[in-house]
Design a protein around this ligand. Structure first.
Ligand code: 5GP
Length: 202
């Protein structure tokens, strides 16, 4: 069986990755989302096991020590990480998995899964990004400043990604990601094993 794609989606906080993923979930229900563990407190409306596995720092440290995380990073004072086993099993079943993670984590995934597909989500402009972070209303002034600083640092790492998708109009951004997934499935090297086995039968 062909393995599924491992899709890594990153982009600055406030760029709308969450909204993009929610819309993609509706439009492409076959995509599987990896739920991360985090030590950050839940925001209102966030659900345990759906948005994140909310975890203590002690538990997070032990997940690192036990090798349970595919990657992990500290982001604005909290830890975030991807449970390894779920991702490996789902890809092995031939299903495509999306990781919505920060750039530090993405670089770790790149070392372990060089064949993963890296997509960077960009805001239409820097001003628009700041407006989006502020209008979320859940962050303090200093957290907003840190997030803008981190956003600039993250955008400098865009060169390590395969694709860049501007999140201007949500459905257009979704269509761009769907096109990337389709193109990646059509890559010659992914199709070659199947064709070779056909040729052996001729
Ligand atoms: P937020 O606190 O806004 O939910 O997420 C903050 C940042 O952490 C976002 O850039 C998000 O993509 C990233 N993030 C979420 N889950 C993970 C993860 O499992 N690993 C890493 N490295 N970053 C994550």
């Amino acid at each position: 069986m062909k393995k599924g794609l491992l899709l890594v989606l990153s982009g600055p906080s406030g760029v709308g990755k969450g909204t993009l993923c929610d819309r993609l979930r509706q439009l492409s229900p076959e995509l599987v989302y990896s739920v991360s563990a985090t030590t950050r407190a839940p925001r209102s409306g966030e659900v345990e096991g759906k948005n994140y596995f909310f975890t203590s720092r002690e538990r997070f440290q032990s997940m690192i020590a036990e090798g349970e995380l595919l990657e992990w990073a500290e982001y604005v004072g909290n830890y975030y990480g991807t449970p390894r086993r779920f991702v490996e099993e789902t890809i092995a079943e031939g299903r495509d998995v999306i990781l919505e993670i920060d750039v530090q984590g993405a670089m770790q995934v790149k070392e372990r899964f060089p064949e993963a597909v890296f997509i960077f989500v960009l805001p239409p402009s820097l001003e628009e990004l700041q407006n989006r972070i502020q209008s979320r209303g859940t962050e303090t002034e200093s957290a907003i400043r840190s997030r803008m600083q981190v956003a600039a640092d993250e955008m400098r790492l865009m060169e390590h990604y395969d694709y860049a998708v501007v999140n201007d109009v949500i459905d257009l951004a979704c269509a761009r990601v769907q096109s990337i997934i389709t193109a990646e499935h059509c890559k010659r090297e992914r199709m070659l094993p199947a064709v070779k086995s056909w040729l052996n039968e001729v």
